[in-house]
Design a protein around this ligand. Sequence first.
Ligand code: ATP
Length: 253
Amino acid sequence: MDVSPDVSTATVGATGSAASGTPMLELRGVNAGYGPFRAIFDVSLTVPKGSVLAVLGPNGAGKTTIARVATGLVAPTDGSVLIDGKDVTNRPTYEYARMGVAHAPEGRSVFATLTVAENLELPLRRTRSRAETETEMQRAFDMFPRLGERRKQLAGTLSGGEQRMLSLARAIVEDAQLVVADELSLGLAPIIVDEVYGMLGRIRDQGATLLIIEQHVGHALAIADSVIILDRGAIGFVGSPEGARGELGLATS
Ligand code: ATP
């Protein structure tokens, strides 16, 4: 894919009714990497509140690095990160969390030796009363009955898909405003991917903004309002899911 200079700094357009007001997430001219290695180049994007941005691209394109920048795990070497209009560039990760940013990282990210219920209680303990904690957990179990049935099971014994669901449920109990979901479908059977994406849809319906990082594009395109496709660390395409289908040579619906 050619990366023309005019799109490498493009901003993802606001879409629909979610377009007004302060964006939930903005990256402005971000370069970032690991030591001397630069993984992303001059990335600018805007994610309006309540919308879903899918970041697509092949292995090593820099998708996870964007997720890490958006959650404060990797600091940009240039450019800035704004959460809900506040410049949080170079701020510690806990400040991102305090601003309502939740990260469902690639792979297994739950506390394996704690139960499902304990995994959900943990982030609530310091800030919520026992009654509030119970209410929040019940809300998560109502949304994700499969987890409710397994509330006493050790998280390490859950299937890969159930572990992804648990990390999303954690975002729900934390009342996340921005959920950054990295490669949720990786290694999962298609039917489980459907279920995990169903959860993401419900999280979006509760008003959260989603940044979805995916290598497998079908589900991501189905839920996204806007799409960027990364090519070797730079934005190679920005636009609608339909436009992305054309760019990727997929049948358009
Ligand atoms: P994948 O789909 O394979 O996960 P990706 O698009 O998410 O790829 P990144 O994980 O962002 O890509 O990686 C972008 C580049 O940065 C790659 O060349 C990768 O090798 C490099 N990279 C990622 N993490 C590190 C790290 N911790 N240390 C050094 N280099 C890294």
